[in-house]
Design a protein around this ligand. Structure first.
Ligand SMILES: [Zn+2]
Length: 335
């Protein structure tokens, strides 16, 4: 797999070096390319945007080999998107804290190494039957929560995953986050991101810790999609890391809280660019299981509440806002 991955990178570097003017770094790649690889790469045929089932393992192949970002809009490379099922591995850090983890996520990956292979975890909030019948630790060190939320401040355990709220018309939060997640997936794939989808059906047997651990190991950032339980359509915000020393000094929050908040602010800026209504200044401090176990930039994004419109048109705008925010966070287009 690694050789194959390098071949694709090499092919992209070679072909884009021929077609574009900023070829200095790319030429370096071609110099290092064995003749055999060039031949294979140049004769390889890929199908544009075809999604194929891969039977590969779960080894992460986000590559640092290519030093130049490849913009999907500026390459004539034919692409192929593969998908593979990702189960939580028991050896992964914090895996033992999860109570529900028999399900699997799906990783969609471009063969062309766009944006140096950045993978975004899209986590459609809720949708795990039995999630409220078992509890998990709020923090890896067993310390109590510093804010309220679904579980009150001071608790050391919370539902493994809650069932979420409902809209006045009976639509569940899990249904609304799923439709938004599917739209977001398409938008991100079109823009050249790889996407790790936690849930693509009504139910996935992965609790909040399992979702977080899978994202930690297979993605470069983690965006969980939620709707709040208030009913006044108050606008979009993300759950920022509480300004409480005890929390910000606890691992893995200590090493990652700044990047969680930076990602959150970037996504809020993306929403603003789409003209979407923002709640307050775009964030609310919250001690979440997700944040407490995340080792990659990670946010819970509340895209609206029970009073919000959940039509496809509105959700398309939200998905576009997420894309714009990610482009800002990963500085897409920057050389
Ligand atoms: Zn929720």
């Amino acid at each position: 797999m690694i050789k194959k991955c390098l071949l694709i990178i090499t092919a992209v570097a070679l072909l884009t070096a021929c077609g574009q003017n900023n070829s200095a770094e790319k030429t370096t790649h071609s110099v290092e390319t064995p003749t055999e690889a060039r031949t294979e790469a140049s004769t390889e045929t890929m199908t544009n945007n075809k999604i194929t089932e891969a039977t590969t393992g779960t080894d992460r192949e986000i590559s640092t080999e290519a030093s130049t970002q490849i913009n999907p809009e500026e390459t004539s490379q034919e692409d192929e998107i593969t998908s593979e099922k990702i189960s939580m591995e028991s050896s992964w850090k914090y895996a033992e804290y999860s109570a529900i983890h028999s399900g699997s996520a799906t990783l969609y990956r471009h063969k062309v190494n766009f944006w140096n292979g950045v993978t975004v975890c899209v986590n459609a909030g809720h949708g795990t039957k039995g999630g409220e019948s078992v509890k998990t630790l709020c923090h890896p060190d067993g310390s109590p929560k510093v804010t309220g939320g679904t579980t009150s401040a001071g608790a050391t355990k919370s539902y493994a995953i809650s069932s979420g709220m409902s809209f006045p018309d009976g639509t569940s939060e899990a249904e609304a986050t799923l439709s938004l997640a599917m739209l977001t997936k398409e938008k991100l794939l079109e823009a050249g991101y790889n996407v790790l989808m936690i849930r693509e059906d009504e139910d996935v047997q992965l609790d909040n810790i399992a979702r977080t651990v899978v994202a930690n190991n297979m993605a470069d950032c983690h965006i969980a999609l939620h709707y709040d339980s208030t009913e006044n359509d108050k606008g979009v915000f993300y759950m920022s890391v509480p300004d409480v020393n005890r929390y910000r000094e606890m691992e893995p929050v200590k090493d990652h809280w700044k990047e969680h908040n930076t990602l959150g602010n970037a996504v809020i800026d993306g929403m603003k660019a789409e003209g979407i209504n923002i709640f307050s200044d775009g964030d609310m401090e919250m001690d979440l299981t997700q944040t407490s176990f995340s080792t990659i930039p990670s946010i819970d994004l509340e895209v609206g509440d029970a009073g919000s419109d959940i039509s496809e048109g509105t959700q398309m705008k939200l998905a576009e806002g997420v894309l714009k925010g990610l482009d800002k966070y990963f500085k897409k287009g920057a050389k």
